[in-house]
Structures are given as structure tokens and as C-alpha cells.
Design a protein around this ligand. Structure first.
Ligand SMILES: O=C(O)CCC(=O)C(=O)O
Ligand SMILES: [Fe+2]
Length: 135
């Protein structure tokens, strides 16, 4: 068991792991182990950073593995805007309007509702809000 591959909602998550390895991030075209460093806090960029920057910063795909030999403990803390904040690609980051928005904007709390909406049909919420030619 463990935590299957996913990206986190919000702007940034702060993570620290103890006991044994387990966290992996998808980098390039492969899974890379993140070795715990004593006293270090890992900062992950999350879905709403990707949305705000119109894809210039990516939300980190990651997963966590556990094993039967050693206890593993991780502490995760997430930051995001207040629930009523409208989050979409920032005008200032769209090259003065020359660049097309690649993500649908919505209130932060609407994104939360969408994450549990069966209409995602197994898609990640981030994939769902991406504007594609047929969506
Ligand atoms: O346990 C971990 O290292 C990862 C936890 C995680 O990805 C999460 O809570 O979103
Ligand atoms: Fe996560």
C-alpha cells in the first residue's frame, strides 16, 4: 500500500518524512526517490501554482511507498488561498493577453468540490480543468 501517484491541490505543500524512504517524484520520464534529509522540509509545487502560472510551473506528480520492515512517518502541510478566491491563470503571466489561458478558472472551493465529483471519471482534477481543443 502507500499513496498512489497524484498531484496535490493548493499552492505549495511542505513535507517531511521520517523512519524510512518512500516518497517518489516523477521527474523527466521516471520515478525518483526522495531521500529524507534530517531537519529538511521538502517543498512541492501544487495544482494551483500550475494553474496561476498557466503551466509554467508544474504540479509535482508524486507517490509514497511503504514496506513491511520499517515504520514510516510523514508530515504534510498544505497552503492555498481562502475558499472564495477565484483562481485562474494570472493576467500578468499571460504575456499581456497574448498567451491563451490553458486552465479553466474557478473559486478555490469549487475545485475542492470538483475533486470528488464523479464526472471526473478517474481523471485528475488538474487534467479536467485543462483547456483542450475538445473540452
Ligand atoms: O507520505 C508522503 O511522503 C506523501 C504524502 C502525500 O503525498 C500527501 O499527503 O499528499
Ligand atoms: Fe501528495
Amino acid at each position: 500500500m502507500g499513496i498512489p501517484a497524484h498531484t496535490d491541490y493548493g499552492l505549495l505543500t511542505f513535507l517531511t518524512q521520517h523512519g524510512s524512504n518512500g516518497l517518489e517524484i516523477f521527474h523527466g520520464d521516471k520515478w525518483v526517490e526522495v531521500h529524507p534529509i534530517k531537519g529538511a522540509i521538502l517543498v512541492n509545487t501544487c495544482d494551483h501554482i500550475e494553474i496561476i502560472t498557466n503551466g509554467k510551473y508544474k504540479s509535482v506528480l508524486h507517490r509514497a511507498k511503504v514496506n513491511t520492515e520499517k515504520t514510516r512517518m510523514s508530515i504534510v502541510s498544505s497552503i492555498g488561498p481562502s475558499p472564495d478566491t477565484f483562481v485562474g491563470p494570472m493576467e500578468e503571466l499571460l504575456g499581456d493577453g497574448k498567451e491563451e489561458a490553458k486552465y479553466k478558472g474557478m473559486k478555490y472551493m469549487e475545485y475542492f468540490d470538483l475533486m470528488y465529483d464523479p464526472k471526473l471519471f478517474g481523471k485528475s482534477c488538474l487534467e479536467y480543468v485543462k483547456i483542450t481543443a475538445n473540452h
